[in-house]
Ligand binder design. Sequence first.
Ligand code: DX5
Ligand code: ZN
Length: 215
Amino acid sequence: MKTISPSILAADMLNLGEEIKKIELSGAKYVHIDVMDGIFVPNISYGMPIVTAVRKATELVLDVHLMITQPERYIEQFIQCGADIITFHVESTTHDEILKSIDIIHKRGKKVGLSIKPNTEVDTILPYINLIDQVLVMTVEPGFGGQSFIFDTMKKVSKIKDIIISKDYSIDIEVDGGVNSNTLLVAQESGANIFVLGTAFFKCDNPCEFTNLLK
Ligand code: DX5
Ligand code: ZN
């Protein structure tokens, strides 16, 4: 399965309903919702009320990206708000809490992703890779939209892809940050199948241009 996952961080918040319709028209199967706490990342975005509102506005998969410390504190609440996939950072909590959170999310019938920052090695997620549904490889330093794609992270995408193929796992690889019509093709070549698009998506004239690139 391949899909784009437009990030509403770059959307016009005053017209969020219209922006979600644009996501639906684009052929995207996912909506990416970036939650930031100002501690794990040096920015604050939004939380449960926005997830609740987006849930009411669309049937698309809510792909919630938690850039918060100790995400275990809020996982249940984001599930109740309507999150379908909860991705949190391997750098944001302990080994025991990661295992517990994976278990809780699955017990509630939702999908779980683990995310690694650009400077975090692939090895840090290997203990969990057979337990999760998605790996989110950050292609920018998390915290802000509109940054430039870090091409060096593609080595990590390829390494994860090789592991998934060699072990016959069915895990999605999502890339996030600085993705546009050029870097999407590079990430797809490297093995990614889910593409978060913030700035590039909401400033483009033809929202379908990105879905048309998926092969
Ligand atoms: C950054 C977020 C990304 C960001 C993507 O911390 O996780 O999802 O919103 O925005 P662009 O596509 O503009 O880099
Ligand atoms: Zn994100």
